[in-house]
Design a protein around this ligand. Structure first.
Ligand code: GPU
Length: 833
């Protein structure tokens, strides 16, 4: 690259090349420069927001220098890259994370302090980047951190939503959604005005025969929208590698925005066209684990996938390699089925545009993609109506039909006369209207398919994708258990615990190799270590208690057992069972004598999480939690023995102070429904124990930390079907303790019982699909065991230390190395610092 530029020119550029700050003074100079010039403020009107902005802009400059170096090193290395396609990246805040990953937080804290600010306050000014719903989006964010930290040449591709997940307000006990307009100041992104792609929708397919007799299909007409790239630097920990997250924003294409209309006075209609284009990347769909099937969502998917593939193909073409080399240079990972159209779009590019024959194109395609499944819940599996799809993407539908035809023909050859099998595995479901089963398309078009925890990966092989295991053989299906990044979820969220661990282990190397935590185990019985350990937990609980007091007015005792369930509200996650358990505890306390009460372990039950706006049952669960808290928290008989708190607007930055403050966290999904769960890992890593079902990653956590350190309860996945069946035939009487709870709700103890009728109905006439009644007795008795265990502080300290020392497996670094070795076949690239 260098030799193409004349030496004098090169020398001048090199002489003035941007340099990074690397001392406190240089950092301060950059902060002040940004405050005074970029922001046009001064010492006299620099508030916390301006100071945050100055610090963030200084940090951004530093990251971008490493970002440039990284991109150059990756181009020179010319190795295979991985592209992680995800409709969600739940990034949270960046400043603190970037300071820690670049290991400059210490002097930055001092630096801003000498400028008159406290770093915590500046960090707190930052708006969460909330471009995701929950676990799936946060997993993508942890993976980006690990990919950069492990120096893999990797890009993320997503959508730049103008509105992230809504903000939740609780008004009169009910969830109210408020739009999350987060882009008014976002220092972490760079618009790339030179990187645009025109994306087409609708129209028709023109088919003609070439002179050589071959048929050509051309997709024509329709609407055109422009995709504009925004780049977000992703700094690794302990490396200069700074990868790229490219987010696409939609705008009218230059041809589309109709100046004719504009000038001729048809202003409104021209603005409507502009808005239609901008609508594509306007909002994140706020649904977790549910498919809604709206046309605008399909438009988002195609817009993002087509722009990303155009970009990936353009980069590949620069190397002038043969097309058959494509899978040696490019791996594309599909985060759930949302980007499955990429398979079809690559076929369209190779066949229609590059004129490869179908078989060659298909071989390239199926060598390139990997598909990660994140759920077995039938209501979450994406299916697109054929008429809707045909109208929006006519050529893609033809390609899907061809993929399906060739696939079914090959199945028929291998399993002749099994008509049932053919209709079961067809990409097209013969319903009315017909629908496209996106998961099947993703499996057929990928080299590898993985689940996200052992149980989950087994379940997909034996239930929803069973036929495909028979067709493709078991090796196509694999497991990569999820993980979380210890940089954000230990070092950043719990700096005191991280520092204590460093003191014991001698260095922060565990943040790069989490298995080193095993070195803590020998201190598990050391009394003074236990004390330091528990003191940190106590201070984290005090901080949460203060937050609760400040935001809700509720006083909680930081010595009480903090019992936390924070995650999206969903019937399968069973927050309803938790709040029923709280009611049951309340009733027992009320029935006790003063003397008995004095012996009880005080509890604070903390809930948090958003309900999808259209998910009425989830909203009713929130209302029950807030109703119970109003009654219990004001009952003088109860005092500190039980408090119930709903934390408004649970998000990444709140998770960062909740995880370190838990004694117990709840991961209590009906067995077989939670694919993995990742907050379970975060809570244990921060020195909390968990109560949970034999589901998702809870099972592997148990294997790693030992079953004496986890409170497991409830029925097993293998029994769920029979239990549901029994309910349907009315053979299951309601658990007596649960019956008492329902009666109390119906008596009106928590307000107008009609409000909660849906919840009761689900347990009775509804057939108790999530088996709350079946698990209730063991849930309550396990909570009793928790109370007993909590009384023995030394044993509790011992168990939490041992548990943390055995959590090395759950780093997202391990997960990413498994993807790199077994699915992507990629190697790290060294970037000089
Ligand atoms: N998950 Br599908 C989501 O957060 N949203 C979704 O739409 C779907 C799955 C979650 C799983 O529920 C959770 O168990 C898993 O840990 C997470 O994806 C990451 O794999």
């Amino acid at each position: 690259i260098e030799s193409s530029i004349p030496a004098p020119l090169r020398d001048t550029w090199k002489k003035f090349a941007a340099t990074e700050f690397s001392t406190k003074e240089e950092f301060q100079r950059e902060v002040v420069r940004h405050v005074e010039t970029t922001l046009a403020r001064s010492l006299y009107n620099c508030d916390e927001l301006a100071a945050y902005s100055g610090a963030a802009l200084a940090m951004r400059d530093k990251l971008i220098i490493d970002w440039n170096k990284t991109q150059q090193a990756h181009t020179l290395a010319d190795q295979k890259r991985v592209y992680y396609l995800s409709l969600e990246f739940l990034m949270g805040r960046t400043l603190d994370n970037a300071l820690l990953n670049r290991d400059i937080k210490d002097y930055a804290v001092e630096g801003v302090s000498e400028l008159g600010f406290r770093m915590e306050d500046l960090i707190d000014q930052e708006h969460d980047a909330a471009l995701g719903n929950g676990g799936l989006g946060r997993l993508a964010a942890c993976f980006l951190d690990s990919l950069a930290s492990l120096s893999y040449p990797a890009w993320g591709y997503g959508l730049r939503y103008r509105y992230g997940i809504f903000k939740q307000e609780i008004i009169d006990g009910y969830q109210v959604e408020v739009p999350d307009y987060w882009l008014d100041f976002n220092p972490w992104e760079f618009p790339r005005h030179d990187i645009t792609v025109d994306i087409m929708f609708y129209g028709y397919v023109r088919r003609y025969t070439e002179d050589d007799g071959s048929t050509v299909n051309i997709w024509e007409g329709g609407e055109v929208v422009q995709a504009l790239a925004y780049d977000v630097p992703i700094p690794g920990y302990g490396t200069s590698t700074t990868n790229n997250l490219r987010l696409w924003s939609s705008k009218p294409s230059t041809g589309e925005f109709d100046f004719q209309k504009f000038n001729s006075g048809d202003y409104e209609s021209s603005v409507r066209d502009q808005q239609r284009a901008e609508t594509i990347s306007a909002v994140l769909y706020p649904n977790d684990n549910i498919d809604v099937g709206k046309e605008l969502r399909l438009k988002q998917q195609y817009f993002w996938v087509a722009a990303s593939l155009y970009d990936i193909v353009r980069r590949f073409k620069k190397s002038h390699r043969a097309w058959t080399e494509f899978p040696h240079q490019v791996a594309i990972q599909l985060n759930d089925t949302h980007p499955t159209l990429a398979i079809v779009e690559l076929m369209r590019i190779l066949v229609d545009k590059e004129h490869l024959d179908w078989d060659t194109a298909w071989n390239i395609t199926t060598e390139t993609f990997g598909y990660t499944n994140h759920t077995v819940l039938p209501e979450a599996l994406e299916k697109w109506s054929v008429p809707l799809f045909q109208n929006l993407l006519p050529r893609h539908l033809q390609i899907i039909y061809d993929i399906n035809l060739f696939f079914l023909q090959s199945v028929e050859r291998r399993f002749p006369k099994d008509r049932e099998l053919l209709s079961r595995v067809s990409i097209i479901e013969e319903s009315n209207p017909q629908v496209i089963r996106m998961a099947y398309l993703a499996i057929i078009g990928s080299k590898k398919v993985n689940g996200v925890a052992e149980l989950h990966s087994d379940l997909i092989k034996t239930t929803i994708f069973k036929d495909f295991v028979k067709i493709f053989g078991p090796d196509k299906f694999t497991n990569v258990t999820n993980g979380v990044t210890p940089r954000r979820w230990l070092h950043q969220a719990n700096p005191q615990l991280s520092a204590l661990i460093k003191e014991k282990l001698g260095s922060y190397d565990f943040l790069k190799d989490l298995s080193l935590l095993s070195g803590l185990e020998k201190f598990a019985d050391d009394k003074s270590f236990q004390k330091e350990w528990m003191d940190i937990k106590f201070r984290n609980k005090q901080r949460l208690a203060k937050y609760i007091k400040d935001t809700t007015g509720i006083s909680v005792n930081p010595s009480a057992l903090f019992d936390i369930q924070v995650k999206r509200i969903h019937e399968y996650k069973r927050q309803q069972m938790n709040i029923f358990g709280v009611i049951s505890r309340y009733l027992s306390l009320k029935a006790m004598t003063k003397e008995e009460r004095a012996k009880q372990v005080p509890r604070v039950s903390i809930f948090g999480g958003k309900a999808a706006p259209g998910y009425w049952m989830a909203k009713t669960i929130i209302r029950l939690i807030t109703a119970v808290s109003e009654v219990v928290n004001n009952d003088v008989d109860i005092g500190d023995l039980l408090k119930v708190v709903f934390i408004e607007d649970y998000n990444v930055s709140k998770a960062e102070f909740l995880c370190p403050a838990s004694d117990l966290s709840e991961h209590i999904s009906t067995a077989g429904t939670e694919a993995s769960g990742t907050s379970n890992m975060k809570f244990v890593l921060n020195g909390g124990l968990i109560i949970g079902t034999c589901d998702g990653a809870n099972i592997e956590i148990t294997r790693e930390i030992g079953e004496e350190r986890i409170f497991l309860f409830g029925n097993l996945a293998e029994d769920v079907e029979d239990l549901r069946h029994a309910h349907r035939y009315g053979k299951t009487p309601m658990d007596p303790a649960l019956k008492e709870v329902c009666d109390e709700i119906q008596k009106g103890t928590f307000g107008e019982p009609g409000v909660f009728a849906g919840l009761i109905h689900a347990l009775t006439e509804g057939g108790d699909y999530y088996l709350v009644s079946d698990d209730f007795a063991s849930y309550l008795s396990t909570h009793k065991l928790v109370d007993e265990a909590f009384k023995d502080t030394a044993a509790w300290a011992h168990n939490t230390i041992v548990a943390v020392s055995r959590m090395g497996f759950f780093t997202s670094d391990r997960a990413i190395n498994e993807y790199a070795d077994e699915i992507w076949n990629i190697d790290p690239v060294k970037v000089d610092g």
